[in-house]
Design a protein around this ligand. Structure first.
Ligand code: DGY
Length: 418
């Protein structure tokens, strides 16, 4: 049973007045996709606070439409790398990459389920132009050739930082040559976090953007890490459909055709990444011009994005079924038979409940109701076993990473509690 009062209390405790931190200490700022999912949790008991979460996030949007993955509201000694390392010099100090674009999906849900209609419509009026700018940015800036598949420049942008899917493209990135002190290891056991070799490259990329003055042309052409991330593509696709509905409601007919064209382009283009033998869509390494053959939760998110045909959905549902048989506490972030699977290490194996929500939503959309219910039940068991942790050991349901975690509490409130 989900303890609704405790879940609400997690959000209240992580509330920093207008934005919610993912958890105290480990992540002391506002992260974009955390914040979108957290807004859905707030919405179940405080609609005004949920709208405020969105407003605070979009106040940090860049002039070119990009929504940064972190907004640094104030200082904190508990997180690295901070705004000084990113150096992006924006009005609200921020990182220089984005994150999976869940916002339009969250906002559509909020608009459609709002009890305070007036507040919902006035909030939509304010947020809609920003959402349109954000989606336009993805297509314009990250898919310059109009291929239908947007690019990603950093594992942090995927939100699935140390996923084995990124091992090869990241290994090619040089290591930085300066020393630094990680703060994450002061909060979480090192067995549950990325290795130093990965951090050295994460930071090289941060330096690379800064060195090139955040010039999109240079980054698009020369960034040593450029991938097509199926998770981002799928989440953007679903959010695009949601944005079209919001545009209808908000009188932005001008944007509808443009977004529809992009959605069609993506629907056609993603087909070349389908692997019938593996029953999923593979991520793609643009620099090496090769598919990244690792089965991770990102690779079945086309279910959530509505990007699969019936045969593909059927194959992915069968894959998820096998996945659940191998990991009783939900769909583990990496397929348990992979040699790179590590059930406790961040995105290399643990169960993340918000991703399980996305997979279950997708399964339900394609008619796999019973399987969707199993995913939901498994996610509930993680929280029943351990509470509102950041992620869960896929073999035992033990809590990993940060405790009292906002998006886990939020998912519990809007998905698992009903
Ligand atoms: C971290 O610091 O681990 C974050 O995932 C980066 O966004």
């Amino acid at each position: 049973m989900i303890d609704v009062d405790s879940a609400r209390q997690v959000l209240r405790d992580n509330d920093r007045g207008g934005h919610t931190v993912p958890t105290d200490g480990l992540y002391p700022f506002q992260w974009s996709w955390d914040s979108a999912i957290t807004a859905l949790g707030w919405f179940t008991f405080d609609e005004a606070r949920a709208w405020q979460e969105a407003d605070t996030m979009f106040a940090g949007q860049w002039d070119n439409g990009m929504l940064p993955h972190i907004l640094f509201h104030g200082d904190s000694g508990t997180y690295f790398p901070g705004p000084d390392i990113w150096g992006s010099n924006t009005v609200v100090p921020s990182s220089a990459i984005s994150q999976p674009p869940v916002w339009a999906t969250a906002i559509r849900r909020m608009v459609e389920t709002a009890t305070d209609r007036e507040l919902a419509m006035s909030s939509l009026k304010r947020l809609l132009p920003r959402l349109v700018d954000y989606h336009d940015w993805w297509y314009r800036d990250r898919d310059r050739a109009g291929s239908g598949l947007v690019r990603s420049y950093h594992p942090w942008e995927s939100g699935m930082d140390n996923s084995p899917a990124w091992d090869e493209p990241l290994a090619r990135v040089p290591e930085i040559e300066w020393s630094y002190q990680r703060r994450d290891l002061g909060h979480v056991d090192h067995e549950q976090r990325p290795h130093k070799a990965q951090y050295d490259r994460y930071l090289y990329l941060v330096d690379f953007y800064k060195k090139h003055d955040f010039d999109s042309d240079v980054i698009y052409r020369d960034c040593p890490y450029r991938v097509i991330d199926i998770g981002i593509v799928a989440i953007l696709q679903r959010a695009g459909r949601d944005l079209i509905e919001l545009c209808r409601l908000g009188g932005r007919d001008d944007a509808i055709h443009r977004i529809s064209d992009e959605l069609e382009r993506t629907e056609a283009a993603i087909q070349r990444l389908w692997s019938p033998n593996h029953r999923c869509f593979f991520n793609f390494d643009i620099v090496a011009d090769t598919a990244l053959e690792e089965i991770t939760t990102g690779t079945v998110l086309p279910l959530f994005g509505g990007l699969a045909n019936e045969e593909q959905a059927d194959a992915m549902a069968a894959l998820v079924d096998d996945w659940l048989s191998a990991s009783a506490f939900g769909v583990a972030s990496t397929y348990p038979e992979s040699p790179r699977y590590e059930p406790q290490r961040y995105w290399r194996g643990p169960v993340w409940v918000h991703i399980n929500w996305m997979i279950a939503e997708g399964l339900r959309d394609y008619g796999y109701t019973e399987l969707a219910d199993r995913v939901k039940q498994a996610a509930r068991e993680c929280i029943d076993t351990s509470g509102f942790y950041e992620y869960f050991d896929a073999t035992s349901g033990a809590g990993c990473g940060g405790g009292s975690f906002s998006w886990t509490a939020a998912v519990a409130l809007y998905w698992l509690a009903n």
